[in-house]
Design a protein around this ligand. Structure first.
Ligand code: FA5
Length: 344
């Protein structure tokens, strides 16, 4: 006899649903759970299996037995509480129907759409560049020549494909800055680009994951200065987090911007008091700075005439810093646990 426990369970459940009166219920009981019933037969038939198989099958059959016993006793109480067959039919009719489950967009998609909407109000145009790209666009065109130590920070995944003599190796895009020079080569000036894309790095902990999203702003025109950069960042922060969130520009060193900054906001989890996520009350959202003249040149733009600013932030970090969200481990966003996702 082939032991198909799932099939037996489905069959028993269906027959029990169809058995609306006591007589049919007792026939059901004898057929499935009685002394000569199918479940007992199943149990008897495993005696010649190996000890491990016997143990495993025995467990499954006993679980099935106790589940069916519970279903039987529920059905028995239900039928006993209702006198006539016609009443049973009425009873089933009045049972509430099962609502189809309604889904919603993932939090990261919601955040991407909101960020896009904030920048659209400032005239930024949304673009998307490759998630797997040449080393040239990820590093070299961004003023990081081959073997430059600054590249180490990007913890890059290299793709096992042949190297191109000019473009170099193929990488999983470690940051959306790889779209900067692509945009300069493609678009007409002035540029107001918003590049939102998936990135990859060899990192994992409370606030790092191997694959995450960044959004990158790039503005190039005549006479662009740091005050424009600050104004745009302030607009984003006030629109996304509210006016109470403070931010600061911390001097930093990116090879593709000069001067460069990291941008921190007061932690949305603890309101800036300090917690296990932020430690000191501030959380880094990303980098920013004035586009380096060498990068403009790589994009075919004359740095004597044009200047620009750029910033690149993590979508998940921005989302987590929103007050009321209270996610203190970035990995939760990628586990696809329905209990977690349903809350948002
Ligand atoms: C950069 O990637 C620069 N390209 C940003 C930039 C753009 C600077 C334009 C200047 C001009 P950084 O490595 O700091 O910088 O990453 C920026 C942000 O991406 C981080 O602050 C964080 O919010 C997010 N991020 C980086 N790595 C991860 C990761 N592994 N998991 C989740 N988020 C990450």
């Amino acid at each position: 006899m082939k032991l198909d426990i799932d099939k037996l369970r489905a069959e028993a459940e269906k027959e029990l649903r169809d058995a609306g009166v006591h007589e049919k219920l007792s026939a059901w009981y004898s057929k499935f759970l009685g002394k000569k019933g199918i479940v007992r037969n199943f149990l008897a038939s495993i005696s010649d299996l190996s000890p491990e198989e016997k143990k495993e099958m025995g467990k499954k059959i006993n679980l099935l037995k106790s589940d069916l016993e519970k279903l039987y006793s529920d059905a028995f109480s239900l039928v006993s509480s209702i006198k006539k067959d016609s009443q049973i039919t009425e009873f089933y009719k009045t049972l509430p129907g099962k609502r189809p489950e309604v889904g919603h967009l993932h939090l990261i998609t919601q955040a991407i759409r909101e960020i896009d909407a904030v920048f659209a109000r400032l005239g930024f145009v949304r673009v998307r560049y490759p998630e797997v790209d040449w080393d040239y666009f990820a590093f070299e065109a961004l003023n990081m020549p081959k073997a430059h130590p600054a590249r180490d920070e990007w913890e890059t995944f290299f793709v096992d494909l042949p190297e191109d003599p000019k473009m170099g190796k193929v990488v999983v895009t470690p940051h959306t800055s790889s779209g900067q020079v692509r945009e300069m080569l493609k678009a007409e000036l002035p540029i107001r680009m918003l590049n939102i894309s998936r990135c990859g790095r060899r990192q994992i902990d409370l606030n790092h994951v191997p694959t995450f999203y960044q959004f990158e702003g790039l503005v190039i025109d005549r006479g662009i200065s740091i005050s424009h950069l600050k104004g745009v960042l302030e607009y984003l922060i006030h629109n996304f987090f509210g006016k109470d969130t403070k931010f600061r520009l911390r001097p930093y060193d990116f090879r593709f911007t000069e001067p460069s900054f990291e941008v921190d906001v007061t932690c949305g989890l603890c309101g800036g008091k300090g917690c296990r996520f932020c430690k000191g009350g501030w959380v880094e959202l990303g980098g920013a700075g004035m586009v380096h003249p060498n990068v403009l040149k790589a994009g075919g733009i004359d740095p004597e005439v044009y200047s620009g600013f750029a910033f690149g932030w993590g979508v998940e970090r921005v989302l987590m810093m929103r007050s009321g969200i209270k996610i203190d481990d970035i990995r939760l966003l990628f586990e696809n646990n329905m209990k977690f996702l349903e809350q948002f």
